[in-house]
Design a protein around this ligand. Sequence first.
Ligand SMILES: Cc1cc2nc3c(=O)[nH]c(=O)nc-3n(C[C@H](O)[C@H](O)[C@H](O)COP(=O)(O)O)c2cc1C
Ligand code: SF4
Ligand code: FES
Length: 561
Amino acid sequence: MGKEASKGVWKSGSGRGRVRPKGRQVEDLAWSQVQSLLGDQPRQRDLLIEFLHLIQDAYGHISAVHMRALAEEMRLSQAEIYEVATFYAHFDVVKEDETPPPALTVRVCDSLSCELAGAADLQKALETGLDPAQVRVVRAPCMGRCDTAPVLELGHFHIDHATPEKVLAAIGAGHTHADIPDYEGLAAYQNFGGYVRLLELRAEGDWEAVQAQIKASGLRGLGGAGFPSGTKWGFVRGNEGPRYLAVNGDEGEPGTFKDRYYLERTPHLFLEGMLIAAWAVEAETCFIYMRDEYPAVLQILEAEIEALEAAGLVAKGYIDLRRGAGAYICGEESAMIESIEGKRGLPRHRPPFVAAVGIHNRPTLVHNVETLLWVARIVREGPECLNAVEHNGRRGLRSYSVSGRVKNPGVFLLPSGSTITDIIAACGGMLEGHRFKAYQPGGPSSGLLPASIHDVPLDFDTLQPLGTFIGSAAVVVLSEQDSARGAALNMVRFFEDESCGQCTPCRVGCEKAVKLMGAKSWDQSLLNELTSAMTDTSICGLGQAAPNPIKSVIKHFPEEI
Ligand SMILES: Cc1cc2nc3c(=O)[nH]c(=O)nc-3n(C[C@H](O)[C@H](O)[C@H](O)COP(=O)(O)O)c2cc1C
Ligand code: SF4
Ligand code: FES
């Protein structure tokens, strides 16, 4: 609209009618800018977040006129565009009377491991040492590099063990783009037999035989919920097609960095596992939802998907890589599906489950990155690569992401029956001058355990009697120099920031809990009432688990509150 030919079309009923629609008008320049950014891509609603990224990347923000133009181009209401754009932390929506952010943004991670490593002081130093007209300093949640805390992101360049000096040097050198690590490319992967099993299965494979191997291995979902993977394939396959596969690469649970670790080293092991799972459930398309905090992984995947297409291993467009935009809740599988459909990441009510009603209402197999990597290994090496390992009465292996007060933090592939004592030993012991006090066994959703509980295997099902769970196996180790109460506050603040706001117990509960936790001594009866309401009535896992850090401090560290 906004053209001569459209004059008068807004007349409705009686009266003279309006020449133009109400509200913001389309500006021709902004419209042509948006058209040229979108190129010949189909104006599909599910690509909205991709298009918002194009505008944000090109202009450093999303202005009102560009939003209006995008609404016109996609034939969506401005309200729809606005609500999506403002949901995600990585989009800077700027109205007509507002000033756009400066060209450079520094995001300082303030989640637990980085806080322990001095993130607050780092942020202060940057705020005073940098010109706010040139560089914006903001706090941000875990960037999946907790083993090199404190961490920040300058543009798309991550600085590990960050200091103000390193930031100044990077700004001076114009180093604001992701460094791509050395990784195993397609040729190297194929040299060692990569994709041979996939091709054999596609030629004459029996999906139920593969499902039986997966079941025999004992593989369970490694995104946190631990659902048996073979059983899930059966549910998805049991629903009539077309079906989809969606990879959960959101890895937002603070302290977790195993998926990034593997993707930056052996992306094809994961890709082959994904294609085997897609073959097993006859998926029409594989969507990979990758968090925006992993720019190197995004580039690696883009390049390697192209290589797979060029090698004829997948049809063009069969793998659809989608970029998240800074929202932890999009790791919850139904919220991720909403985001893949180009909407806000609001978790859906269940049932129906995504195995039956997922992307575009079709049956969808959702898997975590690492789960799929194991699919490839099990199919190649046999179920024994997982189930032959036994420790403390538990079978299997687990990739623990370990950070905090240990000597050598990192990802450790250890038996699933490992205790915190085994894990600290794998890290070379505690950091010099630190005595073990407490640990987060599986992300902030799991709360804290005291050092006295040092002999329990950190596996699925073993922690439930203690009121916690292994989740994504994100272990953060605290020492006598740290406050359990302070760590819990950090965790609940994270949930407060990341609540999608859809349901009251979570939205209001997290905010209220943070306020109550700030008091000199905690009002335990009020906190107990609040945490029960949140656990019992929140729609999704975020609100249900958000009280766990509070409960664990009340139970294990009463002397601190
Ligand atoms: C709040 C919330 C956040 C989640 N974040 C992630 C995530 O970042 N990555 C992931 O793989 N799973 C995450 N999950 C679990 C997913 O909902 C889902 O169970 C998983 O992706 C299924 O794949 P799997 O069976 O291979 O584990 C999250 C769940 C909740 C409730
Ligand atoms: S529990 Fe929290 S994150 Fe989950 S749907 Fe409700 S408001 Fe959103
Ligand atoms: S990168 Fe900072 S806590 Fe994970």
